[in-house]
Ligand binder design. Structure first.
Ligand code: GDP
Length: 425
């Protein structure tokens, strides 16, 4: 075995959670290395159906240690609620199987509020934020205006540090946005209600990972969102505020010396995108509504209907490249089962030419999809577990994508349940 990362190739919501849940049986440690509670993984297993936002998907496997690395946006309010929710359904979380890096920065109460205030100010030019405070959080992290989770273990210093940051932040909240200032009473209530609940899990995860590495343990890195939402590689400014790509995983996990041998990119059999931003292969009308209904394409966090579109080979090939994916898991193939013919965006038309390189973000809105239809299979495939048992048209569809993205498709997922998977290795 070796260290692996499971990452999104497109806009997110590709089904990463179900793949991590499936593959954690082969790993000792699962690490979330970036992002916050602004997106969600849906995991369905024998313990029930769970919408995870911040907790690593390895929490359902006995013996797996789950780590929230220094790269995540650690929101004590959301995390403590999520811990309560999963433990109330019988999942066991202890400092033995959940560890929070003491160097993870905390998402503070005003971050969520500032997200809403800024989107309101932007009006029709808004970025489509999930209003979980992620962009204000990361801006403050890089301005060094937030606190580290490890400070929870030193309450006196924590209060003094928060007081200083609050005074600065209140200037912005009151003078720029005309909103109500925060008080130390607000922050004390926040510490007592939420931070106290996550404090037992805070430790030096760097030492844990170093020792795990020495002991030859296998580490799985779990990402949120996908390549096209990566702050540096994605469709800026409609990206998230962190790095979703696998190259960031060792840094965001807090163990830069760890080598990742396998990068499993997750691709959905068609495209979806939540929120704003360019989406070249977007479909509208009854064809789109049908896909949204069959695929249950509504945001795990927000319940927002997802925009849906044809498989986009230009964006997907780019996503595979920036993730440096070594293999791909294609999910939700079953959702396409009742289509007579399946649309695939094979190129973009840009300035009168057909292109297959993913263009600069500002140019995406000028691109039109070049659509090719491939035959559908019109059969229920949700119980198929062997590649040979898939209808020929379904195998052709998978192989067509594989050739175009130049990366082996090693798993095909045909249902949300743990075992609805075809191995092609
Ligand atoms: P993630 O953030 O990448 O984990 O993706 P989401 O959890 O937002 O979206 C994936 C959704 O699709 C979840 O509701 C999964 O249960 C579901 N899902 C995953 N794989 C499959 C599949 O192969 N077929 C079907 N029908 N649903 C799937």
């Amino acid at each position: 075995m070796a260290n692996s990362a499971i990452v999104g190739i497109n806009w997110g919501d590709e089904g990463k959670g179900r793949m991590v849940d499936l593959l954690t049986k082969d790993y000792d440690v699962v690490v979330r290395y970036q992002g916050g509670g602004n997106a969600g993984h849906t995991v369905i297993n024998e313990q029930g159906k769970f919408a995870l936002h911040l907790l690593p998907s390895g929490i359902f496997r006995k013996g797996v240690v789950n780590i929230l690395g220094n790269g995540v946006a650690l929101d004590p309010e959301n995390l403590s609620k999520e811990i309560e929710e999963v433990t109330s359904k019988g999942v066991s979380l202890t400092p033995e199987n959940l560890k929070i890096s003491d160097r993870a920065s905390l998402l503070l109460p005003w971050h969520r509020e500032l997200d809403g205030l800024e989107e309101e100010r932007l009006k029709d030019k808004k970025y489509g934020s999930t209003k979980q405070g992620i962009a204000p959080f990361y801006s403050d992290k890089y301005q060094k205006k937030t606190v580290l989770a490890g400070e929870l273990l030193h309450p006196e210093e924590l209060r003094a540090h928060l007081q200083d940051i609050m005074e600065w932040k209140n200037l912005i909240i009151t003078k720029v946005y005309g909103a109500k200032p925060y008080t130390m009473e607000d922050l004390d209530a926040w510490i007592n209600t939420y931070c106290e609940k996550i404090k037992p899990y805070v430790c030096d995860t760097r030492i844990f990972l170093r020792e795990a590495k020495k002991a030859g343990k296998n580490v799985l890195f779990e990402a949120q969102l996908g390549s096209l939402r990566d702050l540096d590689a994605g469709i800026y400014p409609y990206t998230t505020s962190s790095n979703t790509i696998a190259a960031y995983a060792p840094v965001g996990a807090g163990c830069p010396s760890i080598k990742i041998e396998n990068i499993i990119g997750i691709v959905k059999a068609y495209s979806t995108c939540v929120g704003e931003g360019p989406f070249v292969s977007e479909m509208f009308g009854p064809e789109a509504d049908h896909l949204r209904e069959v695929g249950l394409e509504y945001g795990a966090k927000t319940g927002r209907p997802r925009r849906v579109g044809a498989m986009d080979l230009v964006a997907t090939k780019y996503g595979v490249e920036v993730q440096a994916a070594t293999e791909v898991a294609l999910t939700k193939l079953d959702v396409l089962s009742d289509l007579d013919k399946i649309p695939v965006c094979v190129k973009y038309e840009y300035n009168g030419e057909e292109i297959n390189e993913f263009p600069f973000p500002t140019e995406l809105n000028k691109c039109k999809p070049v659509i090719k239809y491939v035959p559908g299979w019109k059969k229920d495939i949700s119980h198929v577990t062997k590649w040979e048992d898939l209808p020929q048209e379904a195998r052709d569809y998978v192989e067509f994508i594989e050739k175009a993205i130049e990366c082996p498709i090693t798993y095909v997922s045909v249902g949300p349940e743990r075992d609805s998977i075809i191995y092609r290795k």
